[in-house]
Design a binder for this molecule. Structure first.
Ligand code: IFM
Length: 405
């Protein structure tokens, strides 16, 4: 048996668009129709049922919860802020606090207001100023109630899916645009980091802890040949560490938020730079169990990723880790095996402060719609009834005792 520290944060994560429902002013809403995707529609109706959902989280012994603020609700038209939406999120945060659950708040989780996308989205140099204006409003309203913030969720996934691979709105396929979005998001993070610290000082509130949620894969070679070793080293730097190097140099991280799901298996057959950076294994070299979406389940990769962060000497919060599956036993095995690897990294000196399972409940998995089931809580999308899964009950024991067998 392994034992986690007493003050560890245990809980789950969600994002506004994926659970709230009816986010009609967000750019994903018209895109789902345009692209012929499954519609997010009422989602889990969490916007209405958050109190009931937080009762369930509390009954499952969670002491932390990550959620996101929907920018398109706060600022449905450029420069027009909705007092009602701001109040809603104050109520949501207070609902967590009153249940003894630490809120961890994300400001941008993949969706943008339609007006923002129409004015050029994250490619536009004005995007940083627009995002900061929204963050200013939200920070001033929530600062008295929130200590932990994530500025942007998975910027590398956002810019690669939306601007490089053309899989998400606005479906661009442009290296130059991808680079602009990356640069603007990095600048936005740094700007918000400084803004938040300034506002907390002005309001005389103890300094917040600010980070972003970084999607990290375990990047491993099929074999130890020279090409694969070189490709692994290049990709670890480019995909996993480059953005952290940049933000730690700018002194714009109080902790590191890690989203970990799977591995990236490198198998390179030429010295061409494109292959070195992108070629992955197409054979069945090292088969592993897969989740519902076909992603490899690779728990030891979480320890690998965490150990790569040791050099930054910052606390780490696992902001997401989870599995979509129709077999709930697999979910519990996934949680257990990943927690063992979190503990292994901690025993080798990584300061991990918390673990948030993705997700508290089944939800809208972007372009894949509602089929993938990530939740600790099952959602019946016809009745919106919630059912606590067995894995959630087992995880609840971990949250209560800090012990993992
Ligand atoms: O559902 C997503 C989430 O929005 C961001 N991280 C990965 C999850 C699973 O794909």
């Amino acid at each position: 048996m392994i034992q986690f520290p007493n003050n560890f944060y245990w809980g789950a994560a969600t994002s506004s668009y994926q659970v709230e429902g009816n986010n009609v002013n967000a750019d994903w809403w018209p895109w789902e129709i345009l692209a012929g995707k499954e519609k997010s529609g009422p989602a889990c109706r969490h916007y209405e049922f958050y109190e009931q959902d937080f009762d369930l989280a509390k009954s499952l012994n969670h002491n932390a919860h990550r959620l996101s603020i929907e920018w398109s609700r706060i600022e449905p038209k450029e420069g027009e802020f909705s007092g009602q939406a701001v109040q809603h999120y104050i109520d949501v945060i207070k609902a967590l606090r009153s249940r003894g659950i630490e809120p961890m708040v994300t400001l941008h989780h993949f969706t943008n207001p339609i007006w923002f996308s129409d004015s050029g989205g994250w490619v536009d140099p004005g995007s940083v100023k627009r995002f900061l204006r929204y963050c200013d409003v939200v920070t001033r309203a929530l600062a008295p109630h929130v200590h932990f913030w994530f500025t942007i969720n998975e910027p590398t996934i956002y810019f690669s899916h939306a601007y490089l691979w053309g899989m998400w709105p606005p479906q661009a396929r442009s290296f130059l645009k991808t680079r602009s979005v990356r640069d603007n998001m990095v600048d936005a993070h740094i700007g918000v980091y400084r803004l938040m610290h300034k506002i907390y000082k002005e309001l005389n509130i103890p300094s917040p802890s600010v980070s972003f949620a970084h999607h990290m894969q375990a990047i491993v070679g099929c074999d130890q040949g020279l090409k694969n070793r070189l490709a692994v080293a290049m990709r670890v730097q480019l995909y996993n560490l480059e953005i952290l190097d940049h933000l730690t140099k700018a002194k714009a991280l109080d902790f590191i938020g890690v989203n970990y799901y799977s591995r990236h298996l490198v198998d390179v057959h030429s010295w061409w730079i494109g292959d070195l950076l992108m070629q992955t294994c197409k054979d069945n070299h090292h088969p592993l169990k897969k989740n519902f979406l076909g992603w490899d389940i690779y728990p030891e990769g979480l320890a690998l990723v965490l150990l790569s962060l040791k050099k930054y000497n910052l606390p780490v919060i696992i902001a997401e880790n989870g599995i979509c599956t129709t077999d709930d036993n697999e979910r519990w095995e996934y949680i257990q095996s990943h927690l063992r690897n979190v503990h292994r990294a901690m025993s080798q000196g990584v300061n991990v402060a918390g673990y948030l399972y993705w997700s508290l409940m089944d939800n809208f998995e972007w372009a894949y719609g509602y089929a993938p089931r990530f939740g600790l809580i099952e959602i019946d999308y016809n009745t919106h009834l919630r059912t606590v899964r067995e894995s959630a009950k087992k995880y609840a024991d971990v949250c209560r005792t800090g012990a993992v067998t």
